[in-house]
Design a protein around this ligand. Structure first.
Ligand code: ADP
Length: 383
């Protein structure tokens, strides 16, 4: 659970923070107030407990009354939502209708909305969808080559996720390049625990690596990304696994964790690689190779490529992973300046390509700010 109290006009954050390791003995909420960081341990707390701690902190700072609009990140909006929506009974119903497409995420999003509506009854509540930005993808990019009836009757198509982040960093990249977003062709790579790349043409998404669910595409922390679609059948026959067991393993035991046998956290794997751990080395190499393949694939969706953009915890901080990936992309004229790359970490944004080459940018994503901005825009100045 991440949160921020933001003045959309200035981006100023009166309070921000996140709850981590919930439902474990190490559960805690971190609050950031100005330059101050306060960590509140709350062993075994769940989301509802963490939300109550947030409310208590708002009360302590006498800020609860300042909350006029609540922007909610909602993972799956299906084909119904191509922009944010003010939450009413019908919108809630539509979010509920998308539960089969995101059975882990949408119910949690709904629980969050209901808790916030109760805590802030006078505020406007806006849903901002992870899928919305990608609704501009052309049919050639979003259709799977499967029976047409699966699409018509069951919505089997590619939707894409991380839309808020891809949209935000595309805008930031345009600012850094000093060119209008409408003129630019970008590939954006959002690399966190979940990872996806997108092709952004003139500020609109024209392709992305995630599909029906956030499992498709790149190697991620614990998610496999692309595998052979016969895998479920093969493992059912060879290993006696059920559909649910294979799906669970592809989501929770694969990716960097599965390949390394060590963990899903890139920092941990980089340290292990430096100490000679073969599994960690393999995980990093596969991650970079598949990422480079997808970046090159995204370029096909664009008439040209003005810049590659890295963002997310890995994209913003791992100079090593950026360099590993760029080594595979010489064909596209993408390069890495060692010094610039090494300097551009921990909140530092900037260009990391070699002088005169095609721009490669590192941009800090700020989904909370983008959600606040979109919510405020929807209300047209009433906020
Ligand atoms: P989420 O998708 O949950 O928002 P983040 O965007 O915070 O995740 O990204 C988490 C990933 O970023 C983890 O794999 C973490 O190891 C990696 N990361 C964060 N800081 C660094 C760093 N300094 N060096 C390498 N990787 C980092």
């Amino acid at each position: 659970m991440k949160f921020a109290l933001i003045r959309p006009a200035t981006g100023e954050q009166a309070l921000s923070g996140l709850a981590e390791r919930l439902r474990s003995s190490e559960a805690h909420v971190t609050f950031r107030v100005g330059d101050q960081k306060i960590q509140t341990p709350c062993p075994d707390a769940d989301y509802a407990d963490a939300f109550r701690l947030l409310l208590a902190e708002l009360d302590r700072l006498d800020l609860r009354g300042d909350v006029r609009v609540v922007g909610h990140r909602v993972v799956h909006g299906g084909e119904r939502f191509s922009r944010p929506a003010r939450i009413d009974a019908e919108v809630l119903e539509q979010i509920r209708a998308c539960i089969p497409l995101a059975p882990l995420h949408n119910p949690a999003n709904l629980a969050g909305i209901e808790a916030a509506q109760e805590a802030f009854p006078d505020a406007a509540h806006i849903a901002v969808f992870d899928t919305a930005f990608h609704q501009t993808m052309p049919e050639v990019a979003y259709r799977y080559a499967v029976p047409d009836a699966w699409y018509r009757e069951h919505g089997v198509r590619r939707y894409g996720f991380h839309g808020t982040s891809h949209a935000f960093v595309a805008g930031e990249a345009a600012r850094m390049l000093g060119r209008p977003l409408t003129d630019l062709n970008l590939v954006t790579a959002h690399l966190g625990n979940g990872c996806s790349v997108a092709a952004v043409r003139g500020g609109q998404s024209v392709d992305t690596s995630m599909g029906l669910t956030p499992l498709e595409g790149l190697v991620m922390g614990t998610r496999s990304g692309d595998v052979d679609p016969n895998l479920h059948d093969y493992l059912a026959r060879q290993a006696g696994l059920t559909l649910a067991q294979v799906t669970d393993a592809l989501n929770r035991e694969s990716g960097l964790l599965g390949l390394s046998g060590l963990g899903s956290d890139l920092r941990e794997l980089e340290a292990a690689d430096a100490a000679g751990h073969a599994g960690a080395r393999l995980a990093l190499d596969v991650f970079a190779y598949r990422l480079a393949q997808k970046i090159a694939g995204m370029a096909v969706a664009l008439p040209g490529l003005d810049a590659l953009v890295f963002t997310g915890g890995i994209g913003e901080n791992s100079a090593d992973m950026r360099a590993r990936t760029l080594r595979h992309l010489a064909l596209l004229g993408l390069t890495c300046d060692e010094d610039r790359n090494a300097r551009t970490v921990r909140g530092e944004a900037g260009a990391i390509h070699q002088e005169g080459a095609r721009p490669v940018l590192v941009v800090n994503t700020d989904e909370e700010r983008m959600i606040a901005q979109q919510a405020a825009d929807l209300l047209g100045g009433q906020a």
